[in-house]
Design a protein around this ligand. Structure first.
Ligand SMILES: C[S@@+](CC[C@H](N)C(=O)[O-])C[C@H]1O[C@@H](n2cnc3c(N)ncnc32)[C@H](O)[C@@H]1O
Length: 204
């Protein structure tokens, strides 16, 4: 019969002698590192990983509207960590379900804005184009569209999608082409595709 028992995740206690660099976490060296981190960061403290990631962030940001506690935010934060977005901006409610983030929120710069107006002012000051990502009447396919290097990719909520205020604030609204019967894909999935497209254009 197949062995379906859980494979051991991560690495066990570090063999002696231990490395002395302060980036290493003594508890992880002693007990092992079972976190979901790439091998390069094994045994590093969370703070050391966050500081190292911060040195290599990309020029794009991502933002999501959160008026009804959108459950996709965790996935967007996880994707932002994987694709090295400069920061994630949550517009509206400050509370969000962290489960889908799989603790990557420890390493991502997550910021809050009470309204679309506040996000728009911040983006203008930071000289970032606000680009809506949604499949709406009048939206343009992301495939051939201009996708500025310095941009904030703004996602809407499950259900209503981008609010009217958000659409009006964006310099462009880009969609991911679909070919089936559903009106939209999940916002977390859309965020991964859009971030990947940014990296494909501007360098990984
Ligand atoms: C479930 S959709 C919103 C509803 C959608 N506007 C509708 O008419 O049913 C939630 C969010 O996912 C993102 N999204 C979903 N499908 C997309 C697509 N094909 N292209 C771009 N973004 C998409 C958008 O940010 C959207 O606001």
């Amino acid at each position: 019969m197949d062995d379906v028992s859980d494979p051991e995740v991560g690495v066990g206690p570090h063999p002696r002698p231990w490395p002395e660099d302060p980036k290493y976490d003594v508890e992880l060296l002693r007990h092992g590192d079972r976190r979901n981190v790439v091998d390069r960061y094994r045994y590093w403290s969370n703070e050391a990983i966050a500081a190292d990631l911060a040195l290599h962030r990309r020029a794009f940001h991502v933002a999501i509207e959160n008026w009804q506690h959108d459950f996709n935010i965790g996935t967007i934060v996880r994707n932002a960590n994987a694709f090295q977005a400069a920061a994630v901006h949550i517009v509206g409610n400050r509370r969000w379900n962290r489960r889908g983030a799989m603790v990557t929120d420890r390493y991502v710069d997550v910021r809050h804005h009470p309204t679309i107006g506040a996000l728009t002012s911040w983006a203008a000051e930071a000289e970032l184009a606000l680009i809506g990502i949604d499949l709406l009447p009048g939206s343009v396919s992301i495939v051939g569209a201009e996708l500025p290097r310095r941009s904030v990719l703004l996602f809407g909520q499950e259900g209503p999608g981008l609010s009217r205020a958000a659409r009006e604030a964006c310099s462009a609204v880009l969609h991911i082409p679909q070919h089936g019967s559903t009106r939209s894909i999940n916002a977390g999935v859309a965020s991964g595709i859009a971030m990947y497209e940014w990296l494909r254009r501007h360098g990984g």
